[in-house]
Ligand binder design. Structure first.
Ligand code: MG
Length: 239
């Protein structure tokens, strides 16, 4: 699973470099698909429940599952990109939120808090911990910073399927759920809203937006628990 993980990381790096004012989300999708196939891997999202693209692109108040299309990125936007890859039967999945040009301070803070909440979650993923210790770590950090955690969508186990048990909520009391043991691999993915936690789905049946129209950010890594602690499989080694 390290190999598809490294492909996911390289796609996200490529996309980060490609993001600029005026580029369409469909162009980003094309770049991603080309990069995935160059590595002889498959885009895991393409065709998944009939999803029509290789990546999800969610701009501003869009939380997750945005469909790439003709929307052009504008100065000050933020864009969350989710990438899933299958290589020889094994999956990896990661996401990140990027600024487009100069963004304002509140957008910057939302991105920073969401990224750090994922780090807190990964730190909570150690042998002997319980599953919801991860959930609680995200919620505690996000709410301390006065933002809200999305509740309708969760992280997940991952391996020979993209979505496996257990579900990994980003909120809840600690000390519940299975005891974490070496060998488990989880896609941990906090989705954080600037306003309230409520979301709704657009008429395209995919795009999730914040109910109050506020900004949303999303970070995700596929993380394996090894004998020596958590290992981020989708890290680009850039941190
Ligand atoms: Mg995921």
């Amino acid at each position: 699973m390290r190999e598809p993980g490294q492909i996911v990381a390289s796609v996200l790096t490529e996309l980060e470099n490609a993001i600029k004012v005026g580029i369409t989300t469909a162009m980003l999708d094309k770049i991603a698909e080309k990069e995935i196939r160059r590595h002889k891997a498959e885009p895991a999202f393409l065709g998944y429940h009939n999803f029509p693209a290789s990546i999800c692109t969610s701009v501003n108040d869009q939380v997750v599952h945005g469909i790439p299309g003709l929307r052009r990125l504008e100065e000050g936007d933020i864009i969350s990109i989710d990438v899933g890859v299958c290589l020889r039967g094994y999956y990896s999945d990661a996401a990140a939120t990027f600024p487009v040009g100069e963004i304002d301070q509140k957008a910057r803070k939302l991105i920073d808090v969401t990224r750090t909440s994922l780090q807190k979650a990964i730190e909570a993923m150690h042998s002997g911990a319980r599953l919801t210790d991860i959930s609680h770590a995200v919620q505690a950090y996000v709410e301390k910073n006065s933002f809200a955690v999305v509740r309708n969508y969760v992280g997940h186990g991952i391996g020979q399927e993209m979505h496996e048990e257990p579900q990994v909520p980003n909120f809840g009391l600690p000390g519940r759920g299975p005891v974490l043991q070496p060998g488990i691999v989880l896609a941990i993915e906090p989705m954080v809203n600037f306003g309230t936690w409520e979301v709704r789905v657009l008429e395209d049946q995919w795009t999730v937006v914040t109910a109050d129209g506020s900004l949303s950010a999303h970070f995700e890594h596929t993380v394996a628990l090894g004998e020596n602690g958590p290992e981020i499989l989708t890290s680009s080694n850039l941190g």
